[in-house]
Write a protein that binds this ligand. Structure first.
Ligand SMILES: [Mn+2]
Length: 263
């Protein structure tokens, strides 16, 4: 039995299939942890979500910002953007079941000395605090009032509510200020960080030093490895590659983008 973590798939089903062949993934025996953003940018979001949902016993995905964007589009709370590739998903006959499954994905998985999250964690959180924040948000997104939760997250006016700020940390965080407060907007590589902005993982964290955080979301970081951290978004959505981490052995396996020109 092996456990693999795979970075942001973004609808790149063919690349995913090739990567799974390469690691000889066997869903009767192995486990997969996905860093979220199953959908958008690539051509086959529908196939990726169907595939993950059919393998719930072996595949765990955390929720990413593109997954949440899809949920909001489906609720009529956001409009599709020109670069979105979600139309096929939204027209699918099984969209209701798939969306209901998607909004019940966890924001944080904590297992076997690893935390799996799409974007980031606050430095002030120990594991218990991070889990408590994640569970509160997961309950809100799984509950009957989830559409109003999404509406609140995407609201542009007013003071940001605690829910909005917490959800942003899990699904969209990249940088923080020197005191650890989240910043927004920067998506570039580490070499072009603005002054006074720091990667969320570079501050001293209250994280248990024996635990490793696995995350995605920051494609410009590419494969990122530092003590206690693995960043696995290697830009499949941008035609680069999809990365699997063999969690127990620490080996990295990469598959070049194979989903065609129409991304
Ligand atoms: Mn993302």
């Amino acid at each position: 039995m092996a456990t693999y973590a795979i970075g942001d798939i973004h609808g790149c089903m063919r690349t995913l299939e090739r990567l799974l062949e390469r690691i000889r993934f066997d869903d009767a025996r192995d486990r997969l942890w996905l860093t979220g953003d199953l959908v958008n940018r690539g051509p086959a979001s529908l196939a990726v979500v169907r595939w993950a949902r059919e393998r719930e016993r072996s595949v765990t995905s955390v929720l990413g910002n593109h997954d949440v964007h899809l949920l909001a589009c489906a609720e009529g709370l956001r409009a599709l953007r020109a670069q979105d590739t979600l139309a096929e998903f939204l027209a699918a006959p099984d969209r209701a079941e798939l969306l209901a499954w998607l909004r019940r994905r966890p924001l944080l998985l904590a297992a076997e000395k690893h935390s799996l999250v799409h974007a980031g964690l606050l430095a002030e959180w120990d594991l218990d605090a991070a889990c408590a924040a994640a569970r509160r948000l997961e309950e809100a997104l799984a509950g009957a009032r989830y559409a109003s939760v999404l509406a609140e997250y995407f609201r542009r006016d007013g003071e940001p509510s605690p829910l909005r700020m917490m959800l942003r940390v899990f699904i969209a965080l990249r940088t923080v200020d020197a005191r650890g407060a989240p910043r927004a907007g920067f998506t570039g590589p580490l070499a072009s960080l603005p002054p006074n902005e720091h990667p969320w993982f570079s501050l001293p964290h209250r994280r248990d030093p024996d635990w490793t955080v696995i995350f995605g979301h920051w494609a410009a970081l590419d494969l990122y490895r530092a003590p206690g951290y693995w960043g696995l978004d290697t830009g499949c959505a941008w035609g680069r590659s999809l990365t699997a981490l063999d969690v127990e052995r620490g080996g990295v396996i990469q598959e070049p983008y194979a989903d065609g020109a129409g991304r």
